[in-house]
Design a protein around this ligand. Structure first.
Ligand code: BG6
Length: 487
């Protein structure tokens, strides 16, 4: 599918040589270039404190593409990308230096998108600098990324600082999960298939499990992660986005505000934690050393090079309730962790058993129907139903069978793009549906605050689990108490 982009934009990247730019943005721009999805005249303007000219910056870009791209860099693609690159030397903490950006941007009358690929404590300074030289025109957009605060209070502060210079319809808050093909497909799966559409509620669904498991540890992000932890790093954003999309009611159409309105209704209906229910509903863990296949896997403390203890959780599992008409009584089990046995994100929807089991004489406890949606890797959908085992025996014998759909096999000819490829493109198109609205971020933080306000982390520090296992045993006990097991 060739997408035409009519809008020509200039993309200004603050933090031009930072980790986000090098690992994610530049490879995405390369892929979009290769796929011919960038408009001819679009420019990419790196901003940073270094005193670079175009050529030095281009060398840096080329080297980082070599380092982070999994594919070979093609000469003609690079040539096109190179022609778009410019560099502006500017210190975001020096408001006066923003005047240097003006002549570069005024050379064209393109739509301008500012990507703040820098930590949130710089956002206010960047906005102020742009405001000072009137570069925050109504026609501009900004893209910002987490961590958008660490609590309701701090996220409100970030939102407030930005709102002094940009309106909500100019602000694109990234949660990269919203750019994943399989997350977008959740909307199609739920709202276009009558087979599931009518059954998506507490009358038919028994419970839902959502897992985001990672094999990796903290990967050198020691300070950031130790101050953040798995709940703030993964639950506040990615897991809650999945939860809201899988549970929201049908929006009246696909316009961003209508989708976001439905997600917000779910966030408002999340039952908050309190100091009584929290202990049965939330399990925190931290990985410890282990030997896997003869290889020593370091503990979290070794990874972050900390000698004394840390109360930061690298694993969390929780039971969540949504107090609205559609979901009352359906438990949602969420878990996410680092150094688990494998990388795997999936949603498992368990349906209730039929009300009367006529096969009861031969088999009771028939397994529940379930839908497993594999978000990554090996994206696909698996539906488990019951089937008669063929044979001449007088009695019915049932067993579960799998109906499988796998993206790699099903869409062999179609290239699957990464989340950042899509999100960059959608920000150019101005489609905010794949971005997070202010009230979504704040409601998510309000609910996360209820966890930290109810937990006395010093009295209940995370439980150690050996690297390469599925978290503390208590996580299994939590779900087994309700008569279930993790899928
Ligand atoms: C990021 C988190 O947002 O998502 C990381 O900060 C995590 O800690 C990453 O590793 C996981 O993303 P993905 O796309 O690999 O599931």
């Amino acid at each position: 599918m060739v997408i035409n982009i009519n809008e020509t934009c200039d993309l200004v990247i603050f933090g031009a040589k930072g980790d986000l730019a090098c690992r994610k943005l530049l490879p995405s721009l390369y892929k979009l270039e290769k796929a011919n999805k960038l408009s001819n005249k679009m420019r990419i303007i790196g901003v940073g404190r270094a005193n670079w000219d175009k050529n030095t910056y281009s060398d840096i870009v080329y080297k980082s593409l070599q380092q982070f791209m999994k594919i070979k860099i093609e000469e003609h693609v690079w040539k096109n990308l190179f022609s778009r690159l410019e560099f502006c030397n500017l210190d975001v903490n020096d408001t006066h230096s923003f005047h240097k950006l003006k002549p570069i941007l005024c050379r064209s009358n393109h739509l301008i998108i500012y990507y703040f690929a820098m930590p949130p404590n710089t956002f206010s300074a960047i906005c102020k600098g742009l405001g000072k030289v009137n570069l925050n025109l109504d026609s501009t957009r900004i893209i910002i990324e987490k961590p958008l605060g660490s609590s309701l209070k701090t996220s409100k502060k970030i939102n407030y600082e930005i709102s002094k210079y940009f309106l909500e319809n100019q602000i694109f808050r990234i949660d990269h999960y919203l750019g994943k093909e399989t997350i977008l497909n959740l909307i199609a799966f739920r709202f276009s298939n009558s087979l599931f559409y009518y059954n998506w509620n507490n009358k038919f669904i028994d419970h839902i499990q959502i897992t985001i498991a990672e094999k990796i540890g903290v990967e050198g992000r020691n300070k950031y992660f130790d101050n953040t932890g798995q709940i703030r790093d993964m639950v506040q954003n990615h897991l809650l986005q999945i939860l809201t999309i899988i549970t929201m009611s049908q929006p009246i159409n696909l316009c961003s505000n209508n989708i976001q309105n439905e997600k917000v209704k779910i966030l408002k209906a999340l039952r908050p934690f309190d100091n009584i229910n929290i202990h049965n509903k939330v399990v925190l863990g931290q990985y410890s050393e282990n030997i896997i296949n003869g290889k020593k896997i370091p503990s979290y403390l070794d990874d972050i090079r900390k000698k004394e203890h840390s109360n930061t959780e690298t694993f969390v599992s929780m039971k969540v309730n949504i107090d609205n008409k559609r979901w009352y009584g359906v438990p949602f089990y969420l878990r996410t962790g680092k150094r688990l046995p494998k990388k795997c994100s999936k949603i498992v929807i368990f349906f209730k058993n039929v009300p009367v089991n006529i096969f009861n004489n031969h088999q009771n406890n028939l397994p529940k129907n379930k839908i497993i949606i594999y978000l990554q890797p090996n994206e696909g959908i698996n539906i488990q139903i019951l089937n008669k085992i063929p044979g001449l025996e007088p009695n019915y014998k049932l067993d579960k069978i799998n109906l499988n759909f796998n993206y790699n096999r099903g869409f062999k000819q179609i290239e699957l793009f990464d989340a950042y490829d899509r999100l960059l493109l959608e920000s150019i198109r101005g489609n905010q549906a794949l971005f997070v609205r202010k009230d979504e971020v704040e409601l998510a933080w309000k609910w996360i605050d209820s966890i930290f306000n109810s937990f006395n982390i010093c009295r209940n520090p995370p439980i150690l689990y050996p690297s390469g296992t599925w978290g503390p045993v208590l996580s299994n006990i939590m779900i087994e108490k309700d008569g279930y097991t993790w899928n």
